[in-house]
Write a protein that binds this ligand. Structure first.
Ligand code: AMP
Length: 278
């Protein structure tokens, strides 16, 4: 199917407002893998129309992060969407999203201060601002977000609730490569060796699940074991946290439904992953 692309805000607003049925929206930074496409599939299943945005949002990258190197391939992305029933791909640029004299930011307090917010202090403010702007333009019924970026999902849920935004936030399962590595556009940065090491992040999460299944429930023992696996694999740890899935606050004991969140570097590439304890 030929996908229609839109690069102007009034045009996007008009096209979305003319739909009669339910609109599903999938915001992305492009360079699609099956994780992105699974969100499109979810939207297609539960909505009448699907709009995907591709925009590498500079506001969510900190100084010295990978904004300029972030992988991009719009042509291939659009080709990949051809298999799906996508109505529009919105492709704004920086001049549209942050025109000169841009002054307004949306930020969520507290739950953005820890986990990824600690090493990336301006990241979530960039995310919530761009998502708020996109929601205002498209006005969808549902927004589809991956559990891969678990803190992002919780932060956006909070923004939507606190600002009384009229959209349902749908969290979709994390999609992995066959060997367990969480799919990410950033995996492209990994050398063969770094990629082999990175697989141990998932291995450590599975070990934690196995420990829980054996009755080991204290977070400290489980975290120590995860740490051992990551360090043995030459990964540099940013954080390992066992948290309540709604508040993201640390839990001293594992229980069904809690989440283990990890951020670690393989070489220079920062990777995140998480697992729900079952
Ligand atoms: P990004 O392009 O990295 O900003 O991601 C766009 C959306 O795709 C976000 O909602 C992500 O959480 C989601 N996503 C990225 N990777 C995955 C994955 N491996 N599984 C599920 N969703 C993902």
């Amino acid at each position: 199917m030929k996908i229609q692309t839109i690069t102007s805000i009034p045009e996007m607003r008009k096209a979305a407002s003319e739909f009669k049925g339910r609109i599903g929206f999938v915001p992305t930074m492009g360079y699609f893998h099956q994780g992105h496409l699974s969100l499109v599939e979810s939207s297609q299943r539960s909505c009448d129309h699907t709009i995907v945005s591709i925009y590498v949002n500079p506001a969510q990258f900190g100084p010295g992060e990978d904004l300029t190197n972030y992988p991009r391939d719009i042509r291939k992305d659009i080709e990949k969407l051809g298999k799906y029933d996508v109505d529009y791909v919105f492709l704004p640029d920086d001049a549209l999203m942050y025109p000169q004299n841009y002054k307004t930011w949306v930020s969520v307090d507290e739950i953005t201060d820890f986990l990824c917010g600690k090493s990336r202090p301006t990241h979530f403010k960039g995310v919530t601002t761009i998502v708020a702007k996109l929601l205002n333009i498209i006005n969808p019924d549902k927004i589809f977000l991956g559990e891969k970026d678990y803190q992002q999902l919780i932060v956006i849920r909070k923004m939507v609730a606190d600002l009384n935004m009229n959209v349902e936030v749908i969290g979709c399962p994390l999609i992995r490569e066959d060997d367990g590595l969480a799919m990410s556009s950033r995996n492209k940065y990994l050398s063969e060796k770094e990629r082999d090491r990175a697989v141990n992040i998932y291995r450590s999460l599975k070990k934690a699940q196995a420990m829980f299944a054996k009755g080991i429930k204290d977070s400290e023992s489980v975290t120590t074991e995860i740490k051992r696996i990551l360090l043995d694999s030459e990964l540099k740890i940013d954080y390992i946290e066992i948290v309540n899935p709604n508040t993201l606050r640390s839990e001293t004991q594992l229980s069904k439904g809690c989440r283990i969140l990890i951020a670690a570097y393989s070489g220079k590439t920062r990777l995140i992953d998480n697992l729900e304890i079952k």
